[in-house]
Every structure is written in structure tokens, then in C-alpha cells.
Write a protein that binds this ligand. Structure first.
Ligand code: KIV
Length: 268
């Protein structure tokens, strides 16, 4: 298997990890069959069933209310649409923080019931033992340091994280515990570059600058489908929200004026 997962074959954890320092990897979130299929056919390397679904699917202001059952449900939908991308599922708030044992149990459900190939959990030194235990159970783990949204109240908001020494200690702790990749969220670009140079595994940046080995964006942000909050690091590649509103508006007008359904949409 080449270290370049951009080829047509399936992306695995070993070849994702082996891409460190090589070809950059593209990761996007998805939460259902149709969006996963679109992302997969567009050629992304990995699909993250993020607990951001609490915001973009469920309409909460944070990811905190998301349950393990929610993520299992959405992961099941996503794996049906992902033919070659690696599927990573998020461990939601309070499904792994209590103990390594709880982390193994929750991660096991994401793999066994959801069909995920790997799990992601947030935190650094404090969760290193949980990462170690989940990996020892045979489940690949993606770490997540920097702005970890499950700790939003501890940070006092969705704020850029600038404590370089702590970020380095956290990222090293999860990589040292066996994580095959580490998401780095909302840190200055020079820190993103330092962490990428320091870690032996790929860094997956979101608001962490261009030096990261991979980038991840939320599906709805990338496509302009979520208007409630757009962080600085989001680039909108399309405005599907406006296109969808225009299409639905046209449909409603045609229903009201009797143009739809026409003869071509009616049975004789
Ligand atoms: O929940 C999520 O979608 C995430 C990514 C934004 C990294 O954690």
C-alpha cells in the first residue's frame, strides 16, 4: 500500500498514518449516507462523524448534548456511503472522560454498532491513559488538542489556544499513547507548524495553519449550509444554502400557482 491515500483503493489507518510528511490529506465531516457518499466520491481521505452534529444537525449551540447513541446512528448512515474513505467517529462528551474503562466501552460501541474504523476523542495529557486503553483494545484513536469544543465552558468560549508548551505536551501525550493522528484546532499557524514538526504522526488541522499534514472542515461550513456561526478558519467552497433556499422557494411558488406538478410529472 502506498503512503498516498489519494489513490482509488480504500484508505486504512496504517496508510493514513504513513502519509506523515508526504502528500497532504483531506478530511471532511459527514453525518448521513448522502453527504458521506458525496465526500467519498469527491475523493476525501477520511470522513469524520463529528460531534459537531450537535450544532449543524441538531441545532444546539454546542456539541455537549450529543449522545453515544446519536453518533452510533449517524456513523451507521455514513459507513454505507463511504466506499474508500476512512470513517472516524467522535466520542461525545462524557463518554470517555470518567475512566479508560469507560473509554474502551464507548469506543467499542462506535466500532461494533456504528461500523467506525477509528474513534476520535478530545484532550491531551488528561486523556492519555484512555487513548492507551482504547488502542490496546485494538481500536485506532485520533487525538484532538487545542480548542477542544467539549471544554468550551472551561475556555470561556470558542477561543484560539496559544499556550505552546501545554499544546506540545498534550499532543505528545496522545501521540505517545498510540494515537495514529492528532487534530489540532484553533491555534496560531506557527504553533500548528511546530506541533506538526514535533509529532511522529499526521496532524489534522482546523484553524491551525497550512503546515499540518491534513486539513479537516465541517461539511456544512465548507458548503455554506450553516449560517449560525462561521469561524475565521472556514473557507466556503460553495453557497449551497442560498442555492437550496432559491430552489425550495421556486418549488413553493410553483405549487401555489399550479405550475407544479405539470403533465410530465403526472401519471396518465
Ligand atoms: O466534531 C467535529 O466535527 C470535529 C472537527 C471539527 C475536528 O471535531
Amino acid at each position: 500500500m502506498s503512503a498516498t491515500p489519494a489513490a482509488a483503493r480504500a484508505v486504512t489507518v496504517p496508510n493514513f498514518r504513513a502519509a506523515k510528511g508526504g502528500a497532504r490529506l483531506a478530511v471532511v465531516t459527514a453525518y448521513d449516507y448522502t453527504s458521506a457518499r458525496l465526500a467519498d466520491e469527491a475523493g476525501v481521505d477520511a470522513i469524520l462523524v463529528g460531534d459537531s452534529l450537535g450544532m449543524v444537525i441538531q441545532g444546539h449551540p454546542t456539541s455537549l448534548p450529543v449522545t453515544l447513541r446519536d453518533v452510533i446512528y449517524h456513523t451507521r448512515c455514513v459507513v454505507r456511503g463511504a466506499r474508500r474513505a476512512l470513517v472516524v467517529a467522535d466520542l461525545p462528551f462524557m463518554t470517555y472522560q470518567e475512566s479508560p474503562r469507560q473509554a474502551v466501552r464507548s469506543a467499542g460501541r462506535l466500532v461494533k454498532e456504528g461500523g467506525a474504523h477509528a474513534v476520535k476523542l478530545e484532550g491531551g495529557e488528561a486523556v492519555a491513559n484512555a487513548v492507551r486503553a482504547v488502542v490496546a483494545a485494538g481500536i485506532p484513536v485520533m487525538g484532538h488538542v487545542g480548542l477542544t469544543p467539549q471544554s468550551v465552558h472551561l475556555f470561556g468560549g470558542f477561543k484560539v489556544q496559544r499556550d505552546g508548551a501545554q499544546l506540545l505536551a498534550d499532543a505528545r501525550a496522545v501521540a505517545g499513547a498510540g494515537a495514529f493522528a492528532v487534530v489540532i484546532e484553533s491555534v496560531p499557524a506557527d504553533l500548528g507548524a511546530q506541533l506538526t514538526a514535533a509529532l511522529p504522526v499526521p496532524t489534522v488541522g482546523i484553524g491551525a495553519g497550512p503546515a499540518c499534514d491534513a486539513q479537516v472542515l465541517v461539511f456544512h461550513d465548507l458548503l455554506g449550509l450553516y449560517a449560525d456561526f462561521t469561524p475565521k478558519f472556514v473557507k466556503r467552497y460553495a453557497d449551497l444554502g442560498a442555492a437550496a433556499k432559491a430552489a425550495i422557494g421556486a418549488y413553493a411558488r410553483e405549487v401555489r400557482d399550479g405550475t407544479f406538478p405539470g403533465p410530465e410529472h403526472s401519471f396518465r
